[in-house]
Write a protein that binds this ligand. Structure first.
Ligand SMILES: [Zn+2]
Length: 117
């Protein structure tokens, strides 16, 4: 698959050849083209789109049911979250860490299982 960033891209401000780089914003990895001269940046459109998806999903509340399975309760994680994380390659394993954070609050942690892409 060809990527648009494999093309030669000239800075719209100073006409210099832009270079590939990666930046992290809010824990999100973006592929960017940076102008070595004036620092002008172009964010990869696919990454920008993914980021907007992430912002929309983030802090969104889902009502999920608890089911009794044997001696445990099972909660379903909405498909759109799992699909998004899969796309981001953030779930490499189906094991997660679960923590009773506070009264009325449970957290699921995928972070430790994450591999850098
Ligand atoms: Zn420039």
């Amino acid at each position: 698959m060809t990527d648009i960033f494999d093309n030669k891209i000239l800075c719209k401000k100073c006409d210099s050849k832009m270079q590939k780089a990666k930046i992290v914003k809010n824990g999100f990895l973006f592929r960017v083209m940076i102008c070595p001269k004036c620092n002008e940046k172009i964010i990869h459109p696919v990454d920008e789109q993914e980021y907007h998806k992430f912002i929309n999903l983030k802090n969104k509340e889902f009502k999920v049911k608890m089911r009794l399975v044997g001696n445990s309760y099972a909660v379903s994680i909405p498909k759109e979250i799992v699909l998004f994380m899969r796309e981001q390659e953030k779930i490499m394993d189906n094991m997660v860490r679960l923590c009773f954070e506070d009264f009325g609050r449970l957290s699921l942690n995928f972070e430790e299982l994450k591999k850098q892409r």
